[in-house]
Design a protein around this ligand. Structure first.
Ligand SMILES: Nc1ncnc2c1ncn2[C@@H]1O[C@H](COP(=O)(O)OP(=O)(O)O)[C@@H](O)[C@H]1O
Ligand SMILES: Nc1ccn([C@H]2C[C@H](O)[C@@H](COP(=O)(O)OP(=O)(O)O)O2)c(=O)n1
Length: 224
């Protein structure tokens, strides 16, 4: 019998998890420490949702949105994101665009359209990639897979803090509701649902500082 060849590991640290769990913050810092590139895959879904809105394409129109996703006129320049030559770095972070991203991300043709673009971020320098399906679909051969999470209330409190909103009012309640709604959409969709890869390490950051979360990921990395 011929032994099955193991696929080579990729120089990728994949960090998946729900909204506001701290994926982006931790992934960017780990990339910085290891001198690797960083892929914020959620930004591509957010850009797709924004571009569709600008072009008056409905977020449910699968083929229409997929064509836009395939041809996104986007430039990542340092910390800035340009769409059609316009700086949309702040605009894509709005919660309604997050909801739109979650909606277009449930469409298989849109995910297909963005797949190769995400893989193209990997160069010999190595990559730290964050999203929902980095470990399960985009880079199943990643050398390290992390599922970063935190309770919904902690995540809502973090978002509120980020937006300068108090922790007890109506606006906070809306953030919590939006986070739970987005969790539900991302976890229950048929294609590439949010879930830990079977070989992922789970990191609950509810009680951790950013520094402790980063250190834990680096610690796992050193032990590969
Ligand atoms: N332990 C922690 N780990 C990561 N981020 C944290 C932590 N504690 C607080 N934060 C904050 O949570 C907020 C959400 O983080 P972000 O990286 O945007 O999450 P995500 O990319 O998962 O949506 C940021 O303001 C970040 O500074
Ligand atoms: N790899 C990815 C990244 C994001 N998405 C979808 C699902 C998410 O709700 C939206 C927005 O993702 P993003 O990571 O920017 O959102 P958060 O910063 O975690 O709130 O995009 C996805 O389906 N797959």
């Amino acid at each position: 019998m011929v032994a099955k060849q193991l696929e080579p590991r990729l120089k990728v640290i994949a960090i998946d998890g729900p909204s506001a769990s701290g994926k982006g913050t931790v992934a960017a810092r780990v990339a910085n420490v290891l001198n690797r590139d960083y892929l914020d895959s959620g930004a591509l879904y957010r850009l797709t949702a924004l571009y569709a809105r600008q072009q008056h394409i409905n977020w449910q129109d699968e083929s229409g949105v997929a064509v836009l996703a395939k041809n996104l006129p986007v430039i990542f320049h340092n910390e800035c994101i340009l769409l059609d030559s316009k700086d949309v770095t702040a605009e894509i972070r709005a919660e309604d665009i997050g909801m739109g991203a979650s909606a277009v991300a449930a469409l298989p043709a849109v995910r297909d359209a963005l797949l190769q673009r995400q893989r193209n971020f990997l160069t010999s320098k190595g990559l730290v990639a964050d999203g929902r399906d980095m470990a399960t679909v985009v880079f199943p051969q990643a050398e390290l897979k992390i599922f970063l999470t935190a309770s919904a209330t902690v995540r809502a409190q973090r978002r509120a803090l980020q937006f300068g909103i108090a922790n007890n009012g109506i606006e906070y309640q809306q953030i919590l509701t939006d986070i739970e709604k987005r969790d539900q959409t991302d976890r229950t969709r048929l294609v590439a649902p949010l879930k830990p890869a079977c070989d992922a390490k789970i990191l609950d950051t509810s009680l951790l500082t950013i520094e402790e979360s980063v250190e834990k990921v680096l610690d796992w990395y050193r032990k590969i």
